[in-house]
Design a protein around this ligand. Structure first.
Ligand code: HEC
Length: 147
């Protein structure tokens, strides 16, 4: 009778249930202004930074190591899904918002009127009606969210 060799098989149970990294932030280098697509390549970055401080900074941090505030950290925004930070408690409305990820165009619509774009969102911001202000802000975000 032939000996049956029982070869032990090691089954590696790999990381089930762990949170996937929301983003590969470190891999996306910050673009320069000239590298941005139109109309963002003609933005006023200093103005965008100032607007961020005035209109967003009370609720959002941009540097990755600062964590969340009232609103979620915005580092890596364009390289991650909508409402994708595991440690932030998003509204059901934003969690249910059906988009593959934030693009400059989506952020542009969001900032015009967060509450009409995603009814039920918990972001309290009067819409930014000036298109140039939104352009400057988004150009700043496109660069600073990758720094
Ligand atoms: C009064 C606080 C507040 C202000 C001011 C504010 N936000 Fe928010 N923001 C929030 C909150 C709260 C959320 C989460 C919304 C939700 O879960 O519905 C959010 C979510 C977001 C998101 C979605 C992030 C994600 O992870 O999907 C973006 C983008 C964003 N804000 C950009 C901005 C920008 C740009 C400004 C400035 C023009 C701004 N916010 C001003 C509170 C604020």
């Amino acid at each position: 009778m032939r000996a049956v060799c029982m070869i032990p098989v090691l089954i590696a149970l790999v990381g089930c249930g762990g949170e996937p990294p929301a983003t590969d932030r470190s891999r996306v280098p910050a673009p320069t202004l000239a590298e941005l697509s139109a109309p963002y390549n003609t933005a006023d970055l200093a103005k965008g930074r100032e607007l961020f401080g005035k209109k967003c900074g009370a609720c959002h941090f941009l540097p990755a190591d600062r964590g969340n505030k009232v609103g979620p950290n915005l580092n890596g925004l364009f390289d991650r899904g909508v409402a994708s930070l595991a440690e932030y408690n998003y509204s059901p409305a934003l969690k249910g918002f059906d988009a593959a990820g934030w693009t400059p165009e989506l952020v542009d619509q969001w900032l015009q009127s967060p509450d009409s774009f995603v009814p039920g969102t918990s972001m309290r911001l009067n819409g930014i009606t000036d298109a140039n202000e939104r352009r400057d802000l988004i150009a700043h975000l496109l660069i600073a969210s990758r720094q």
